[in-house]
Design a protein around this ligand. Structure first.
Ligand SMILES: [Zn+2]
Length: 201
């Protein structure tokens, strides 16, 4: 079974592999990232090329440090709110790197990674928040183990190493746009909301 977001444009990507079998690979975490290539520049196809393994290191001086990097995310939301999906949600994308959530390492095994085209300091666009809400609500409906406390930033699972999605990301605005914040009674004891607030402040 493959799961693709119906509103996404699909883009080829070689950087993924199967999740572990059984519980170890059951999706229970959503990770928000940011990316821009070159840093601080938006538009163009460099992000898609990076994930596809086709980015020419000569296209920009800063790209030489990306040479040989095999990374991906399940999806990326462009500044205009359009969603590109690279990896089937059932497969393991390579977005988290060395990471740990609540004592459990290798977050790629059990998480979905979404990139926002942006930087840690520049506000994300309204269209991106709308698209992220729609996409996240779709993912949460498919993977009910993702609870409010299990939606985190890359900085939360790789502290000291990663800073994205950055202070520019409005966690409160994002959380309020999630349907289960409005429709589900909050009786889940698995939440980590206080910790997230601290980490994303
Ligand atoms: Zn990241």
């Amino acid at each position: 079974m493959a799961i693709f977001y119906p509103q996404a444009q699909l883009h080829p990507c070689e950087h993924f592999n199967p999740r572990p079998e059984g519980n170890a690979g059951e999706v229970s975490l959503l990770v928000i990232h940011n990316i821009s290539l070159p840093a601080g520049y938006f538009g163009g196809n460099y992000i898609s090329q990076l994930f596809a393994g086709t980015l020419a290191s000569t296209a920009h001086p800063s790209f030489t440090e990306l040479e040989g990097l095999t990374v991906s995310a399940h999806a990326c939301i462009r500044r205009d709110g359009s969603v590109i999906q690279y990896v089937d949600f059932m497969q393991r994308a390579w977005h988290a790197g060395v990471s740990s959530f609540q004592g459990r390492s290798s977050c790629n095994d059990y998480s979905i990674g979404i990139e926002l085209e942006g930087t840690d300091t520049l506000p994300y666009t309204c269209a991106q928040y709308i698209a992220l809400a729609d996409l996240s609500n779709y993912i949460i409906a498919q993977f009910p183990k993702i609870t409010i406390g299990r939606i985190v930033g890359h900085n939360d699972i790789a502290p000291g190493r990663k800073t994205d999605p950055g202070v520019s990301f409005d966690w409160s605005r994002f959380r309020q746009s999630l349907e289960f914040m409005n429709t589900k009674t909050n009786t889940n004891t698995d939440t980590n909301q206080d910790n997230n607030k601290g980490l994303s402040a």
